[in-house]
Design a protein around this ligand. Structure first.
Ligand code: LLP
Length: 432
């Protein structure tokens, strides 16, 4: 099993967080997102305790809400002492509606509008991660009008290629995000920020990529960020209080994927940071990390019902399910791999190869090609797609006007609806 919250019971049913997924499918209907709240907490605690071990109290773990954003997530994050990263005022609003404290929100984005910034200032969002000079200038003026000094981090691009797939590699010099260190633009904007009345520059942020399995990229980005911090200290007599290394730790989608030892990686990066600070005679800055995927991915599962099995002799087999790229666009977008299990036949041998496809009017609507399923797979079976906690619900769409599934939370042996299933009326509520 790819994660220890998966098991098989005596009836041969797949269990998630100790609960029978076939029963959950019956109770709540399919398609259905499940979220294992206990696993989310476990993942938060892994980060929090490793960071505490590494840095004492001088750290923050910031959950990247883009991975999965709905009110119950922020309730958990608050209870676990996490900060959150929001990429839109929609995510900020969701967090605030759940009672998440504004001062622990970091506002990201490469093109925040002035309305976005005004909303963030009105709500007293703790940190704004500034991505470009237009934003910095606007923010300074708006903060000035309010008579406040807004706390910011500057997003820098350290120029690292994490050998991950191009679409999620964001720390390279030619990125749409942030200011490149190499070109001198990072230094220029630092100088500008330091001269601004309405701005408190807390430090620097970077994010080098996603689904990364080794700490090398983080060690490299720390080296570059601390080198930059030193350079700025020497030239402008400004010592950054904070370095944010972003998110990116990888998760297991397949048995063959490696297991990421989060604590060991954090401690390795911390050792490197401490040594480098000593060498450069820098005080140890507050270290921040922004995990998204590794907090929620393995806490999620999606359940579907098989509608039909189609065999094209000599060519291929299709198993069509009652969802698709509208609730999981990640194969269509990135050819992402997933582990699939026929939940009501989890104990059976799987040697029938089929493409598991959705019901959108599009040939690319594939959840996963060439999946090994039991030969007996048939209409009515429940298919579980594992590790869908990150970037599934949050990337879902209304293509073809399919309704978004419910999100059901599993917590301490109980289940409850965290996001209710959409209705047809929900679909037309904005239509005139
Ligand atoms: N911080 C920043 C600034 C980010 O851009 C991201 C992800 C994270 C943190 C969280 O990274 P994580 O720990 O989740 O890897 N939709 C894509 C992933 C896009 C990630 C974008 N940024 C996918 O489905 O794989």
């Amino acid at each position: 099993m790819i994660c220890d919250n998966l098991s098989i019971n005596e009836q041969g049913h797949l269990c998630f967080a100790g609960q029978d997924t076939v029963e959950l499918a019956k109770q709540y209907g399919t398609p259905l997102y499940l979220m294992d709240a206990d696993r989310i907490r476990h993942n938060c605690r892994t980060y929090m305790s490793a960071m505490r071990k590494a840095y004492g109290d001088n750290f923050e773990v910031i959950y990247a809400g883009k991975a999965a954003s709905f009110k119950q997530m922020y309730r958990i994050m608050k209870e676990e002492g996490m900060c959150v990263d929001s990429v839109s005022i929609g995510e900020i609003f969701t967090a605030l509606s759940a009672g998440f404290p504004a001062e622990h929100i970091h506002f990201h984005g490469n093109n925040k509008t002035e309305q976005d910034l005004a909303f963030a200032l009105d709500q007293s969002v703790g940190t704004i991660v500034v991505d470009n000079t237009d934003e910095l200038t606007a923010l300074n003026e708006m903060a000035g009008d309010k008579g406040i000094k807004q706390n910011i981090l500057l997003r820098l691009t350290p120029g690292i290629d994490t050998h991950t797939y191009e679409a999620v590699s964001t720390g390279k010099v030619d990125s749409k995000f942030g200011f490149a260190i190499e070109t001198g633009q990072a230094e220029e904007v630092t100088k500008l920020a330091l001269s601004m009345e309405g701005i408190h520059l807390e430090g620097f942020h970077c994010h080098v990529g996603s689904q990364v399995f080794d700490s090398d990229s983080f060690v490299m980005s720390a080296t570059i960020m601390l080198g930059f911090m030193k350079d700025i200290q020497t030239k402008y007599d400004y010592t950054a209080e904070t370095i944010d290394l972003g998110g990116g730790y990888g998760v297991r989608y397949l048995e063959s994927d490696p297991t990421m030892d989060i604590e060991a990686n954090i401690l390795r990066v911390a050792d490197h940071i401490k040594t480098t600070c000593k060498e450069l005679s820098l005080p140890l800055p507050k270290i921040m990390m922004e995990p998204g995927r590794s907090i929620v991915a393995d806490a999620g599962m999606t359940l579907y019902t098989v509608g039909t099995v189609k065999e094209i002799p000599g060519y291929k087999n299709y198993v069509a399910i009652d969802g698709g790229m509208t609730d999981n666009p990640r194969y269509a977008l990135y050819e992402s791999a997933y582990t699939l299990v026929v939940a009501n036949k989890a104990g059976e041998a799987a040697d029938y190869i089929a493409d598991v496809v959705g019901r959108c009017c599009e040939s690319g609507d594939i959840i996963q090609p060439k999946v090994a399923l039991p030969k007996t797979v048939v209409k009515g079976d429940v298919i579980a797609v594992c590790t869908t906690g990150a970037y599934n619900y949050s990337m879902s769409s209304h293509y073809n006007r399919f309704l978004k599934p419910a999100v059901v939370m599993l917590e301490q042996g109980k289940s409850f609806v965290a996001v209710r299933r959409e209705t047809l009326d929900d679909l037309i509520r904005f239509d005139n």
